[in-house]
Write a protein that binds this ligand. Structure first.
Ligand SMILES: C[S@@+](CC[C@H](N)C(=O)[O-])C[C@H]1O[C@@H](n2cnc3c(N)ncnc32)[C@H](O)[C@@H]1O
Length: 373
C-alpha cells in the first residue's frame, strides 16, 4: 500500500496523541500570542488531507476549529498549509470550508511545494509574525536544521517536528547514500562522528546517542530549548519516532513540557518518561521493574546538593525545573518531593504558608519559602 494510503487509513493511537499534543500546544500558544499587537501564523509544511479514513480530524482541522471558536484568533491568524499531493490539499480545503461556514478565516494559503533541502532559503516569513510550525514528514527528507531555525527565528515562534528515529537510525548505518539528508539534520562533522560512534553500539545503546546528537545539533543555534517525546511502533515494542519541540523561549518550553508530561507514561512517583505507551505494546498489565531508586530520588538529591543551608520559594524551584529541558521533571514532581522531605524533616517551610494541612495531607503552595536544612 502506498505510504499515504497506509498512513491515512484508521488513525492510530500514536497519531491521535501526536495530533493532540500539537493542537493542545496551539491552544496554549495562541492564548498567549493573541494578546500581542501583531498577526500570528500557523505553518504546516506536510499537512495531509485533514481527516483519516475513519473520519477522525487530524491536527490542522483541530487547530482550525480552535481558531473558529475564538473571534480574536479568527481575525488574527494566518495559515499556510502545504502538501505536495494536490489531492490532500483539495481535501483539506474542503474540510476547512465545511467547518468555516461563515467564511471567518480570511488568511489561508495552500501550496503544493515539495519540501526539500533548499526549502529554508525559499521560505519567506514576514518579520514580526510569531509562527507556530508543524513539520510532519513520513520520512526525514526535507527536515533540516536550517529549516527549523528559520521557522523559530521570529519572536514568539516555536516548531514541532517529526523525527523518524527508525529510518534515521537505519540511514546512519548505511554507506553514504542518505548522507545529504543526515547532514541537513546533524551537520557534516557530527554526521561523520555519529556514524563512526554508532558502528560499535547495540540497538538499545544507539538511541540515546542519536537523540543527544540531534539535541546537540539544535543547540548549536544559541538559545534553543529542545524537548523530545517518544512513540513506539504500532506493530511491536520498538522505538518508532519522536516529536520534537524547539523554541527560543523558556516559557514556551515550560508550557510544552507540561503538555508532554500530561500525555506521557509515568512511573509510580508521577515522573514522566516523555513517551507514549500505546495499549497494544503496553497492555493494562504492563509495568516496568525497577531495581534502583526511581528518578524522583535524583530530583531530591539534586535539590539538596544545590540548596543545602539556603532558602528559596517553591515557585522558584518549580520554574527552574519546568524550564529545564535536560531533565524529565515538572513542578508537580517538585511539590511532591518537598512534601515528602518536610515529613522526613529534611526541609522546613519558613514563610508563605497559611494552611499546613488539608485532609491530612501537607500543602506546598508556590509562594511558600523553604529552608533546606
Ligand atoms: C505524515 S503525513 C502528515 C500528516 C498530517 N500532519 C496529519 O496530521 O494528518 C505526511 C504528508 O506529507 C506529504 N509529503 C510527503 N513528502 C513531502 C514533501 N517532500 N513535500 C511536501 N509534502 C510531502 C504527504 O503527501 C503526506 O500528506
Amino acid at each position: 500500500m502506498p505510504e499515504n494510503e497506509a498512513f491515512f487509513s484508521d488513525q492510530t493511537e500514536q497519531s491521535a496523541t501526536k495530533a493532540h499534543i500539537v493542537s493542545s500546544y496551539f491552544t496554549a500558544w495562541s492564548r498567549v500570542i493573541k494578546k500581542w499587537d501583531c498577526r500570528m501564523a500557523y505553518i504546516d509544511l506536510f499537512c495531509g488531507p485533514g481527516r483519516y479514513d475513519d473520519n477522525k480530524p487530524s491536527a490542522p482541522l483541530q487547530i482550525i476549529q480552535t481558531t473558529l471558536n475564538d473571534p480574536v484568533l479568527s481575525r488574527k491568524m494566518m495559515f499556510l498549509f502545504n502538501d505536495y499531493d494536490q489531492a490532500n490539499i483539495e481535501s483539506l480545503k474542503q474540510e476547512i470550508s465545511a467547518l468555516d461556514t461563515g467564511g471567518k478565516l480570511r488568511q489561508i494559503q495552500y501550496f503544493t511545494e515539495t519540501i526539500d533541502l533548499g526549502t529554508h532559503s525559499r521560505l519567506f516569513i514576514p518579520r514580526n509574525v510569531p509562527v507556530l510550525s508543524f513539520v510532519d514528514p513520513f520520512g526525514y527528507k526535507g527536515l533540516t536544521r536550517d529549516l527549523i531555525n528559520k521557522l523559530i527565528a521570529n519572536s514568539g515562534s516555536d516548531c514541532i517536528f517529526f523525527f523518524n528515529y527508525n529510518r534515521i537510525n537505519m540511514a546512519l548505518s548505511s554507506n553514504t547514500k542518505f548522507d545529504e539528508h543526515l547532514i541537513g539534520i546533524f551537520g557534516e562533522e557530527r554526521t561523520k562522528a555519529l556514524k563512526a560512534q554508532l558502528a560499535t553500539l547495540s540497538s538499545s545503546q544507539r538511541e540515546p546517542v542519536v537523540i543527544n546528537a540531534l539535541i546537540e545539533a539544535l543547540l548549536e543555534d544559541k538559545g534553543n530549548y529542545v524537548l523530545p517525546f517518544k512513540f513506539y511502533s504500532a506493530e511491536m515494542l520498538r522505538t518508532s519516532h519522536f516529536i520534537v519541540f524547539v523554541t527560543k523561549n523558556p516559557v514556551a518550553c515550560k508550557i510544552m513540557k507540561q503538555i508532554m508530561h500530561s500525555n506521557s507514561a509515568k512511573d509510580d512517583d508521577g515522573v514522566a518518561t516523555f513517551s507514549f505507551e500505546d495499549s497494544r505494546n503496553f497492555g493494562s498489565n504492563y509495568s516496568q521493574l525497577s531495581l534502583f531508586d526511581g528518578p524522583i530520588k535524583a530530583l531530591e538529591r539534586a535539590m539538596i546538593s544545590k540548596y543545602q543551608g539556603r532558602t528559596i520559594t517553591v515557585q522558584e524551584l518549580c520554574d527552574e525545573v519546568d524550564c529545564d529541558f535536560t531533565n524529565q521533571f515538572v513542578s508537580k514532581n517538585v511539590t511532591d518531593v518537598l512534601k515528602k522531605m518536610e515529613l522526613e524533616g529534611k526541609i522546613t517551610v519558613v514563610a508563605g504558608r497559611t494552611i499546613k494541612e488539608r485532609g491530612g495531607v501537607l500543602t506546598m503552595p508556590k509562594k511558600a519559602t523553604i529552608l533546606f536544612k
